[in-house]
Design a protein. Structure first.
Length: 175
């Protein structure tokens, strides 16, 4: 017996009348008069195509906004499906570590490995005006002997009295 689009649509309408509401895909496939999912996939592509062929709009997902937010939260960090031990390489070549409790970490919970190593070496978090330079230019070489602490506190062009003031601050901070 060859199943046509019209027969599938009639089967759907018949089930709709019997149960008194629009059937779900599961209800349609569990019905004894429905052969299987294969004719729907062959003739319409998928369930959504089948529903649209009947002039109906497919049902939208019934997830609440809170459920979506909780789903996103449930798959972050260690619970992420892409979790690889808390160490990732960024597109621009830096290594990042999962350290959400660290004061220098980004909002996503990761911290640049060179920042973390220098912070641990100094036994304090880095200040906003400090950054780390890789001496050999290799962004993945985060050994402490390859890292330099740079201070970017001073603006570009300065007066002599401003330079002296910054010099005193730097001596007080690092001296």
């Amino acid at each position: 017996m060859k199943i046509t689009k019209e027969k599938l649509i009639l089967s759907f309408r018949d089930l709709e009348q019997r149960i008194g509401s629009r059937p779900t895909m599961k209800q349609f496939l569990e019905d004894v008069k429905t052969p299987s999912n294969m004719p729907v996939r062959q003739l319409f592509g998928n369930w959504t195509g089948f529903v649209r062929a009947m002039g109906l709009e497919p049902n939208k997902s019934s997830f609440s906004k809170l459920a979506r937010i909780n789903c996103i939260k449930a798959h972050k960090g260690k619970r992420s499906m892409g979790w690889k031990g808390g160490k990732i390489k960024t597109a621009n070549g830096y290594i990042q570590l999962w350290k959400p409790e660290h004061p220098n970490s980004f909002k996503n919970g990761y911290i640049q490995e060179h920042t973390f190593n220098m912070s641990e070496n100094l036994k304090r978090p880095l200040n906003k005006f400090e950054n780390i330079h890789h001496k050999n230019g290799n962004r993945q070489d985060n050994r402490i002997i390859n890292l330099e602490l740079w201070n970017t506190m001073q603006p570009a062009g300065q007066r002599i009295e401003d330079k002296l003031k910054y010099a005193k601050q730097i001596i007080q901070l690092y001296g």
